[in-house]
Design a protein around this ligand. Structure first.
Ligand SMILES: [Zn+2]
Ligand SMILES: [Zn+2]
Length: 289
């Protein structure tokens, strides 16, 4: 499909900017899978949507068919864009104003030992040290994920896995938004403090995200087994408690041109170093027997 054949995004959003159409999308999305297996007949859909006026129902359903709803001989189902749009709305990203005031969490600052604080505002979860003001995590997280859980411990466990899931995709150059190619490269985030980070840029949608060099090696088999052999499951310890992930001290710049970076991973008195090149790819391991 050429650029000019593609529907205009403004027209696409106009299609769903209507309460009846949203009701129809909801009726399709929330129809129990066991009962309908994602396909509803015309009358089932009309009944679940609760729209009495058949002319009105017909008209709005027709506008959705193609882009958001698929019509086959069996009936109606959501297309992938229809599903994505509906689930994004339900995640609360467009509509909710969830906030959490700063509160202590069960982890301490690696620098000063003070209990860390979490807060949530404008769909961003933050973990910071109230004493030395060090920022540990600043990551977008869906409002529904915060609202649907009562305990902070539960929210934080979910948040940790959410971040890991995104990091894992980016470590393999996959965009977290569109699955386009998203290569990483080592870069100083600011020229003043000259601390190296990994900059990930999607070649397709332009999405951008920073990760730390430690996050880049988080899923490397050598790192996972280094911890495992010492009795630690590094896949379920929170990222903000892992010094090699969040501490600048764990990162040593050996050369800038070309990049040669060493991330020190420590556990139970033992150390290993994971070496990264300029594309933030692991090129070697040192100091592990
Ligand atoms: Zn601190
Ligand atoms: Zn992308």
């Amino acid at each position: 499909m050429s650029e000019s054949d593609q529907p205009n995004p403004a027209d696409v959003f106009r299609v769903v900017a209507d309460e009846t159409r949203m009701t129809i999308l909801r009726a399709l999305a929330e129809a129990p899978y066991d009962e309908y297996e994602e396909v509803l007949t015309f009358s089932q859909l009309r009944e679940r949507a609760g729209i009495r006026d058949s002319g009105k129902f017909n008209y709005h359903l027709d506008t959705l068919v193609g882009q958001f709803v698929e019509r086959t001989d069996e009936g109606y189902s959501l297309t992938y864009p229809g599903e994505l749009l509906y689930r994004t709305i339900v995640a609360g990203l467009f509509t909710r104003e969830t906030e959490l005031e700063p509160r202590d969490i069960d982890s301490d600052c690696l620098d000063c030992g003070t209990s860390l604080e979490m807060s949530y505002d404008e769909a961003v979860l933050r973990i910071t040290c109230p004493e030395c003001e060090r920022e540990y995590m600043t990551v977008e997280f869906p409002p529904s994920a915060v609202e649907s859980r009562d305990a902070d411990a539960d929210r934080l466990e979910t948040f940790d896995q959410w971040v890991r899931h995104h990091v894992m995709l980016m470590n393999r150059d996959v965009c977290v938004w569109c699955a386009g190619r998203m290569p990483g490269e080592l870069r100083y985030r600011s020229e003043e403090d000259r601390i190296p980070y990994v900059a990930h840029t999607c070649e397709h949608c332009g999405g951008f995200m920073w990760t730390t060099p430690g996050e880049t090696v988080l899923n490397h088999p050598a790192v996972v087994s280094f911890f495992y052999e010492r009795g630690v499951d590094v896949t379920s310890r929170p990222l903000w408690e892992l010094p090699f992930v969040v501490s600048d001290d764990a990162v040593e710049v050996r050369s800038e041109d070309p990049w040669d970076l060493a991330v020190t991973v420590a556990c139970e008195g033992d150390e290993m170093r994971v070496l990264l090149d300029g594309d933030a790819k692991v090129v070697g391991i040192e100091g592990k027997e």
